[in-house]
Ligand binder design. Structure first.
Ligand code: ADP
Length: 398
């Protein structure tokens, strides 16, 4: 059974075709610059064959047509017809309080995803456009499944997801914490339970998804207890370009001083803050790390601030769960930054954490980075959101 996985944004569309017999990726690719000049598709088959071409993609429909051509007719084709595709799984950013799990897509689901666009204006409307275009291209006979970034966090208790604002804003506008990266937190925590040889319901896990966007989740009794991202992915701690949590008064004060609208201030917090804002160098962890090494004080401060905030979140979740059995790092930074992991391990020595410094040198590889006598087991598990989406899709269509 082959599952096609789609991660669509307003101007881009990433995809993978996965053979679920062995969970191997048959092909993956990206359509970029949809709706703007210079649209292109880059497609790669598992055996290394590639297909890249510039072709007009005024809408997602043309993008899907280009994908179909790449999959079926190009020099890097991997199937003979799309009859071989059993189902399509879509990554959806915001599922609000409505979607507590993945589901088959019908007209009502599409309307609900669209309505939730008020909370994810950059993502949900694009998902709806892409799903409609996908149905048009692949036909309505192929089942389509929605997998939400937020649904894993729907188990949070009200004491974790409510904001201490006047209650009417929750009632009127559903302003509360929803979290993000749920598919990744679920994937890596499932894997950690396997590595620990225990049922997920029997272990307390902290998952650290550290990429351009970062979030940390506390998982107790097999479900999400709390997570660092909030109403939007701006919440939590310092990221590539996002500020994470700061005193809201600092925001209103700067906005007043600089005569900025709420939308302008929102852009500053989302796009110009975080590692980029502090370092002035880059949002990319590698660039900031290199600048810090070279003696750039602001880059060093950015690195120190982010690590300290990660440590504080881990600490608070250990307390919230009254302990922790396993901590896992994932995402581009979590999988590839041994120094960051070393800093966290050193500062958890009060729990008896003992780092295996040889194992910790590994990058991008599933590995336990603590010694056999460590008080808490710490792992690196490369995330695979596409595989998680494909598994959910398969489970629903079966
Ligand atoms: P996204 O949130 O966009 O999916 P990723 O999970 O790909 O992001 O993570 C991107 C981040 O990972 C960047 O900050 C990048 O610098 C960092 N990263 C990737 N490889 C390395 C590496 N070898 N060493 C340190 N950081 C890395």
């Amino acid at each position: 059974m082959k599952i096609f996985v789609v991660n669509a944004g307003s101007s881009s569309l990433k995809y993978q075709l996965i053979d679920m017999e062995n969970e191997q990726v048959l092909a993956k690719g990206l359509c970029d610059r949809i709706g703007i000049e210079g649209s292109l598709i880059s497609h790669k088959a598992a055996d290394g064959r590639e297909y890249r071409t510039e072709t007009p993609m005024p809408t997602h429909s043309e993008a899907f047509e280009a994908v179909v051509y790449a999959l079926i007719n190009s020099d890097a084709k991997v199937i003979d017809s799309f009859d071989e595709i059993s189902a399509i799984g879509h990554r959806i950013v915001q599922g609000g309080a409505i979607f507590k799990g993945s589901c088959l897509i019908d007209e009502k689901v599409l309307e609900q995803i669209s309505d939730l666009g008020v909370m994810a204006p950059l993502h949900n409307p694009a998902h709806v456009l892409a799903i409609r275009a996908c149905i048009k291209t692949f036909g309505s006979e192929i089942p389509q499944v929605a997998v939400f970034d937020t649904s894993f966090h729907q188990t949070m208790p009200a004491k974790a997801y409510m904001y201490p604002l006047p209650y009417e804003y929750y009632e009127k506008y559903q302003v509360r914490k929803y979290g993000a990266h749920g598919t990744s937190h679920r994937f890596v925590s499932d894997r950690v339970a396997v590595l620990e040889g225990k049922e997920k319901s029997d272990i307390k896990i902290i998952t650290c998804h550290l990429g351009n966007g970062c979030s940390i989740t506390a998982i107790k009794d097999g479900v999400c207890l709390d997570t660092s991202m909030g109403f939007t992915p701006l919440d939590g701690f310092m990221m590539g370009t996002r500020s994470g949590t700061i005193d809201p008064s600092a925001i209103t004060y700067i906005a007043e001083k600089e005569n900025l609208t709420p939308a302008e201030m929102n852009t500053i917090c989302n796009k110009k803050s975080g590692m980029l804002g502090i370092s002035g160098v880059s949002n990319d962890n590698r660039d900031v790390g290199a600048a810090a090494e070279a003696g750039n004080e602001r880059a060093k401060l950015a690195v120190d601030m982010q690590r300290y905030e990660i440590l504080k979140f881990i600490g608070s979740y250990i307390t919230a769960m009254n302990g922790v059995d396993a901590i896992v790092f994932t995402g581009g930074i979590g999988e590839n930054d041994p120094e960051l992991r070393e800093y966290i391990c050193e500062n958890l020595s009060f729990l008896g954490v003992k780092m295996d410094s040889v194992a910790n040198k590994n990058r991008g590889k599933e590995i336990k980075i603590t010694t056999a006598d460590s008080g808490v087991n710490i792992y690196v598990v490369p995330t695979n959101e596409e595989l998680a989406i494909a598994r959910d899709t398969l489970a629903l269509v079966k």
